[in-house]
Design a protein around this ligand. Structure first.
Ligand code: NAD
Length: 484
């Protein structure tokens, strides 16, 4: 199957923080891939703006090195690489100072789409937004892209929203959650709303429970200082897991349009019930096999920050009445794996012998390491052994189903940046969604702080603390195995 690449309109993209880690690893390498694929027009330009004192040539060398380090096979196309590098410009800028803004004004072409990527600490968003206006660089047609973390609680998220709203309309603001840029996440909507098969079963009558797992094998080494002030709840649950939960649980929007989709997601967050204390397990990884513990990695011997959290939540609406949603995320777990599993109910009545009766349909949606879906169905075990039943996956791994072209599943960042250029906000979080997610998260975190809650230790390479297993076992259910 040949993938169709539709070029976006000509654009100028300014990357504040254009020399940072995110720009090097994801934004610039991703843009180059879109360039090679023909989606980024060859007249489009990228303008780096950061504190380093570089000129255009210095930035071009810097980006060439970054692509050499982080780019894939596409970097072998040296003609394309040379052209792409020629489209790069740079201006040294201090977000809080006044140098460099006039040059930026000169550089940005007003007649093409212009977008400003705030790949800097959130504390600088207000300064940049204000200067973009003061120096008459951005106008009501410009778009801004902001990175996570979007606040650390409801109050700070509201502050960030109001700082941005002083200069930009909500229609101009693209809040990135890169989970939403994943192929499978969009496919989840295609599967739910593009097939007649699933939607009739997508409710409390047929679904027993839903599990969402985002497991990492890495610890917090390297970014321990930042992480220790955040923890798994803020770093993963409030944004990524919440977004996945919304997409799996939302009502069908009336059309595939950014506000229609985001209205439905918002309703899910608002319908989330407060989580009972005994339905949450926090964990923190121990030291093992000569590897450092969380506290050593975070360089905080008394840290109570969680590197793992598991919880049971409920959505108070007709569709999901009494259907538990189990969420789990953590660091230093046994495998790197992100999965949503929709576990359907037992058969109402089985015509097969009793020991053959407990088979369940499970729709598993994998986001990491490989993207794909499979549906566990029950069939007869082949052969002459009588009516023995066995569960097999109906595999929908994209690479297998769609041929070699689909193996190159576009990275989430580059897909989202192209959506910015198209003016499509569907896969970006709206301000009210982010605030609603914090409004649900805050009481949970505040309760831990008030009670000086101590996370349960867990062994690195495990599936998390024993109590997380018990959370499921008490309900006579089991977590899915964490498999890479
Ligand atoms: P970084 O520290 O590697 O880079 C920061 C960039 O900001 C540099 O280019 C620096 O020159 C610039 N900068 C710093 N202070 C500035 C100022 N006063 N004026 C102008 N420029 C200034 O950070 P990063 O890892 O690239 O992250 C950037 C943002 O993206 C952060 O908000 C981070 O939380 C978020 N983020 C990063 C990642 C990642 O994988 N690195 C992932 C998700 C979100």
């Amino acid at each position: 199957m040949v993938s169709r690449v539709i070029p976006v309109e000509d654009f100028d993209l300014v990357i504040f923080g254009g020399t940072g880690d995110l720009a090097r690893r994801k934004i610039l390498t991703g843009l180059f891939r879109r360039f090679v694929s023909g989606q980024m027009p060859n007249t489009a330009r990228i303008i780096g703006a950061a504190r380093s004192e570089l000129d255009d040539q210095g930035y071009r060398d810097f980006v060439r090195t970054a692509i050499g380090e982080f780019g894939g096979d596409e970097k072998k196309d040296t003609k394309a690489l040379d052209h792409f590098i020629g489209q790069l410009f740079y201006t040294p800028i201090d977000a809080r100072g006044d140098g460099g803004w006039d040059r930026l004004h000169e550089l940005v072409r007003q007649e093409v789409v212009n977008a400003y990527y705030f790949s800097v600490a959130p504390g600088l968003f207000g300064d940049i937004a204000e200067r973009l206006h003061r120096y008459k660089i951005a106008d009501s047609t410009s778009r801004i892209v902001v990175e996570k973390p979007f606040g650390r609680d409801l109050e700070s998220a509201q502050e960030l929203n109001s700082v941005l709203a002083k200069h930009f309309d909500e229609k101009q603001i693209y809040r990135i959650d890169h989970y939403l840029g994943k192929e499978t996440v969009q496919n989840l909507m295609a599967v739910r709303f593009g097939n007649v098969l699933f939607e009739p079963l997508w409710n409390a009558q047929y679904v027993d429970h839903i599990q969402i797992t985002v497991a990492e094998t890495v610890g917090v080494g390297g970014r321990g200082g930042y992480y220790d002030k955040s923890g798994a709840m803020r770093d993963m649950v409030q944004n990524h897991l919440m977004q996945l939960l919304c997409l799996i649980a939302m009502e069908p929007p009336s059309k595939f349009d950014s506000d229609a989709v985001r209205d439905e997601k918002l309703k899910v967050i608002r319908a989330l019930q407060p989580v009972e204390t005994h339905h949450i397990v926090r964990g923190q990884y121990d030291a093992a096999g000569g590897k450092k513990s969380y506290r050593e990695d975070a360089e905080n011997p008394k840290s109570f920050t969680e590197s793992f959290v598991a919880m049971k939540c409920h959505i108070a609406n007709w569709r999901w009445a009494n259907v538990p949603f189990y969420l789990r995320t953590g660091k230093k777990l046994k495998a790197r794996s992100s999965e949503i599993a929709v576990v359907f109910k037992d058969l109402a009545h089985s015509i097969f012998p009793e020991d053959e009766a407990r088979h369940r349909n499970i729709l598993s949606i994998q986001l990491q390491p490989n993207e794909g879906m499979d549906l566990q169905v029950t069939i007869k075990e082949p052969g002459p052994g009588g009516m023995r039943l066995v569960d097999v996956p109906l595999d929908m791994t994209f690479a297998d189903a769609l041929g070699p072209e689909s193996e190159d599943v576009t990275d989430a960042y580059e897909r989202l940046i192209m959506d910015v250029m198209r003016g499509n906000q569907t896969l970006f979080m709206r301000g009210d969604e982010v605030e609603a997610a914090w409004a649900w998260t805050d009481p949970i975190i505040n309760n831990w702080v008030e009670k000086h809650d101590v996370p349960k230790p867990y062994e690195p390479g495990s599936a998390g603390p024993e109590d997380a297993m018990m959370l499921m076992h008490r309900d006579n259910r089991r977590w899915r195995d964490i498999k890479g």
